[in-house]
Design a protein around this ligand. Structure first.
Ligand code: ZN
Length: 272
């Protein structure tokens, strides 16, 4: 019996063991910097750890060991923190980036694999968080329970944060809850070109997911399909339909086989 049980445990862990390999690596490679593949099927060579604190920001949930990125992402985040600190005096709380060598994660994210994604909390902290708070804080909700509008926690500080992020030329897109995009669209009245980069997605009601473009001269890096033209404000309706607000859970979902990672990632994974 024991053997059979062990076999099934092995079988069920097979899928995640792939992610576990990447999860267990503690250090980035010392090889030249390059983001490899796409954000949802890739890895990171020569990743850089962002310091846990800097001017205007703190890293949160650092115990997850996901504070590595392409140096271009590290520079972007540090500059953003300085800029938003100047206008709001709040402290930017930065969450997951990538694992030391990127790659698939065993929980929570399908992307964040090649060092170009970061999650930033929408609530800015009025004070430095303690170590304990950094791990356990609960950020205020920006979207109402019925998912149709923002809460009073969504203020001009958050609008300014999203503007600063999306107007940066290195930013490819951000993901935010549809209710937040809707609120931005109402305020924009068709004037804010940067709204094009704000893409609606489920969740993302307390944090914004930021994705950078592939850095120049990193030939292994692949961009995802470009976002459509226009500010996307007229295509929001579906997000407030029953189908989108309360998606049916479709029983047992057959998970399609994951595509193989780019071959270059084997070298990244196995580098000393
Ligand atoms: Zn994210």
């Amino acid at each position: 019996m024991k053997k059979i049980a062990a076999f099934f445990i092995l079988l069920s862990s097979f899928q995640s063991s792939y992610a576990l390999q990447w999860n267990q690596i503690q250090e980035p490679t010392e090889s030249p910097v390059t983001s490899v593949g796409t954000t949802s099927n890739g890895c990171l060579s020569g990743g850089q750890a962002i310091p846990f604190e800097g001017e205007g920001y703190q890293m949160v949930r650092t115990s997850r060991h996901r504070y590595f990125g392409n140096p271009k992402l590290v520079i972007f985040l540090q500059q953003l923190a300085k800029d938003i600190h100047k206008s709001s005096s709040g402290i930017l709380l930065i969450g997951d980036m990538s694992q030391p060598r990127g790659g698939p994660m065993n929980s929570m994210h399908a992307s964040h694999q090649n060092g170009l994604d970061a999650d930033i909390w929408l609530w800015l902290s009025p004070k430095q968080l303690t170590n304990n708070e950094r791990e356990n804080f609960a950020a205020p909700e920006m979207v109402r329970n019925d998912r149709t509008n923002v809460t009073k926690n969504w203020t001009q500080t958050q609008v300014e944060l999203i503007r600063l992020i999306t107007e940066h030329p290195d930013v490819e897109r951000v993901f935010l809850n549809a209710a937040i995009k809707q609120s931005l669209c109402e305020q924009s009245q068709g004037q804010w070109k940067w709204l094009r980069k704000v893409r609606p997605w489920w969740g993302h009601d307390r944090h914004v997911h930021v994705r950078l473009h592939c850095p120049e001269n990193e030939a292994h890096c692949k961009e995802t399909a470009p976002i459509p033209a226009g500010d996307g404000c007229h295509e929001l309706e579906w997000w407030f339909s029953e189908e989108a607000l309360n998606p049916k859970k479709s029983g047992k979902k057959k998970s399609s086989p994951k595509p193989a990672l780019p071959a270059f990632c084997n070298a990244v994974l196995n580098a000393q």
